[in-house]
Ligand binder design. Structure first.
Ligand SMILES: Cc1cc2nc3c(=O)[nH]c(=O)nc-3n(C[C@H](O)[C@H](O)[C@H](O)COP(=O)(O)OP(=O)(O)OC[C@H]3O[C@@H](n4cnc5c(N)ncnc54)[C@H](O)[C@@H]3O)c2cc1C
Length: 598
């Protein structure tokens, strides 16, 4: 393939499945600039000083307190990251926005409220607003003078959001849209001033509107009684013949889905970062507790079964962090090399669309990692973990919703594969030629390609083989089911799991290689984390591929495919118990997540 073609594909979303990137091309937390670190520090200090002291009252839903917290965040510039400077925001690059989201996560209810306002409640106006709408709303949203929210879900339409029943009809004088219907589960619903609302024009054309609190017929219902994130506001919203000025239509009639899905795309990426920050907090609390608590005359931290938990938490956090910052780096690189003459905002939206697969991965892997960490955190705390006076109980409850909102993890898994197929069919991502090439390679029998060398030779080999396994399983499933593959959801989920693990393996490995090249021996524990992740991911990938293949082929074909799979999935054993102990020791020395980015 010509060099230009290779680099073109390298920069495409989803290309990690068929190309190989080099460590220098991967952004890692070690590459953060001082300014980016400072943004993280400001956010962290804000949460520590302003938010955490108020947690008991926030959890008890003290009237107006969360709104007050958000407004204070606005005063120190923490709300306008997504808003361009010309409209009063700080126009943060993606990497800075990622650091910011991560560092706000020490109190999940605040992080969710922040995301509802500064993320999904702001993005639609930034990317789809008219000049007048931007001028009217964005400066006040950036300062916190106006608080916002995003109203897509309805009682009967959550994942299937296009089945919304809320209607908008133009008034007889043509001056206002009359809205009728109900929204459900609206974050910040109880106190927001600006509501980004999706409704169907004439009951048919899915569209988007900006609705202000105080509009006649508008009301917010009672706060929902939630399992977690109790400090955040979640209410239904009602519209009863609510007149909305005609000019408050956002984007075009019948194009609301473009607004909705692109916004969620951005939201998903940030959600992964919030989850990453939350997972680090739990690891910190678990590490501290494991030192304080004794049993059988020993400190908990000295038990192998506690160490393995601390080590595994750190390894999974490391993998998620490596992926998220790598993706943020790719997004920023693409945004900073604009197509000549292109509108800046449009260009940014196109880039975010380009990396929609990586955004879904950020959401799914982030939410499942924080869920894993809170679960093990509770276990480390034992009975005290089950008590509300200890921090992990709340973290456990708070974490669960992340797998549900911003597109459930089931929906996001399906999206990952749907988007890959779509890009492949459109000729953007040459997955089919890659699968055909692999078929030829398999037929030709074992090759005598040069084996990888160096400190991570075995992991490098595993990574290359994992990509082949994806092509083998995906190619077989595509051949069998063709357009019907989407209906084979279990196979689709297995393929998505392989794709996510491949991205995590490569991101973890490249980051460790980059660190090793720069810092030598001092990065050895990071190398350990990458090795353990790659090793375990290979086992998971083999299992997922076996499941998918057995449902996509039979008879002799299946026997052959499984033999090929076994050959690809072979990897030399390593002592992951010793590795986890070393990683746990690093956690315990620092009493927190031990790698840079903490
Ligand atoms: C605390 C909280 C805050 C929220 N904040 C907001 C907000 O600010 N704005 C907003 O618009 N919404 C918000 N939501 C709503 C949230 O986005 C939805 O709950 C979510 O999209 C799922 O929709 P649902 O609850 O109707 O579940 P359903 O769509 O009914 O899903 C139920 C189950 O079925 C699965 N499922 C659904 N469809 C399929 C399918 N095709 N194939 C396989 N499985 C499927 C789902 O994955 C899930 O496991 C919030 C929700 C909560 C709980």
């Amino acid at each position: 393939m010509a060099t230009a073609q290779v680099s073109e594909i390298l920069n495409r979303g989803g290309s990690f499945l068929i190309t190989s990137t080099s460590p220098e091309d991967v952004f890692t937390p070690a590459d953060l600039t001082d300014d980016q670190r400072l943004i993280g520090q400001t956010a962290e200090e804000f949460v520590q000083k302003e938010v955490l002291p108020n947690v008991p009252e926030l959890e008890a839903h003290k009237e107006g307190l969360m709104a007050q917290m958000l407004k204070k965040a606005g005063e120190v510039g923490l709300l306008g990251g997504a808003i361009p400077e010309e409209y009063g925001g700080s126009g943060l690059d993606k990497i800075s926005a990622t650091v910011l989201a991560e560092k706000l996560a020490a109190y999940a209810s605040f992080a969710v409220s922040h995301g509802g306002h500064a993320g999904i409640g702001t993005i639609p106006i930034v990317y789809f607003g008219t000049e007048a709408q931007k001028k009217k709303y964005l400066p006040k949203i950036a300062s916190g003078e106006l608080l916002s929210c995003y109203c897509l879900s309805e009682p009967q339409a959550g994942s299937d959001s296009l089945a919304a029943r809320t209607r908008a009809v133009l008034s007889p004088d043509g001056k206002t849209w009359i809205l009728n219907g109900q929204k459900m589960w609206i974050t910040n619903g109880g106190f927001a001033d600006v509501y980004v609302v999706f409704a169907k024009v004439d009951g048919e054309k899915f569209s988007c509107f900006i609705v202000e609190r105080g509009t006649p017929g508008f009301s917010a219902g009672a706060e929902e009684k939630k399992m977690g994130i109790r400090g955040s506001s979640t209410t239904p919203i009602f519209f009863e013949n609510s007149p909305v000025p005609k000019e408050n239509l956002l984007h075009e009639i019948g194009r609301g889905h473009i607004v909705a899905f692109n916004t969620l795309n951005v939201g998903r990426f940030s959600l992964g970062a919030y989850c990453l920050g939350g997972a680090k907090e739990v690891l910190k609390a678990s590490s501290k507790y494991s030192k304080e608590r004794t049993a059988f005359g020993k400190s908990l931290k000295d038990f192998g079964l506690i160490k393995t938990k601390l080590g595994e938490m750190a390894i999974r956090i490391y993998a998620v962090e490596s992926m998220i910052y790598r993706s943020a780096g790719m997004i920023d690189a693409a945004v900073s090399s604009p197509t000549p003459g292109a509108n800046k905002t449009q260009q940014a939206m196109q880039v975010l669309e380009e990396y929609a697969i990586e955004s879904s991965i950020s959401k799914v892997m982030g939410s499942e990692t924080v869920d894993y960490c809170v679960d093990e955190g509770v276990q480390i705390f034992g009975g005290y973990g089950f008590h509300e006076d200890y921090p992990v109980a709340r973290a456990y409850r708070d974490s669960r919703v992340n797998r549900i909102f911003e597109g459930t993890n089931e929906i996001n898994r399906m999206l990952i594969i749907q988007m890959l197929i779509k890009r492949s069919m459109a000729g953007i991502l040459p997955l089919i030629p890659a699968a055909m090439k692999l078929g030829e390679e398999v037929l030709a029998g074992p090759s005598f390609e040069e084996a990888p060398t160096g400190a991570f030779a075995e992991e490098e080999r595993s990574l290359a083989q994992a990509k082949k396994i994806f092509l083998l399983a995906a190619g077989t499933a595509m051949q069998k089911f063709r357009e019907g593959l989407a209906d084979q959801q279990e196979i689709v989920a297995s393929l998505a799991n392989i794709a996510m693990d491949v991205y995590a393996m490569e991101s973890s490995l490249r980051r460790a290689q980059k660190a090793l090249a720069k810092r030598g021996e001092s990065a050895s524990v990071m190398g350990d984390a990458a090795r353990a992740f790659v090793y375990d991911a290979m086992d998971r990938i083999e299992k997922e591929a076996r499941t998918a293949l057995a449902a996509s082929a039979d008879g002799d074909t299946l026997v052959t495919q499984l033999a090929v799979l076994r050959r690809f999935a072979k990897h030399a054993p390593i002592d992951t118990i010793a590795i986890r102990r070393r990683v746990a020791d690093a956690v315990l020395v620092q009493n927190r997540y031990p790698f840079e980015g903490r």
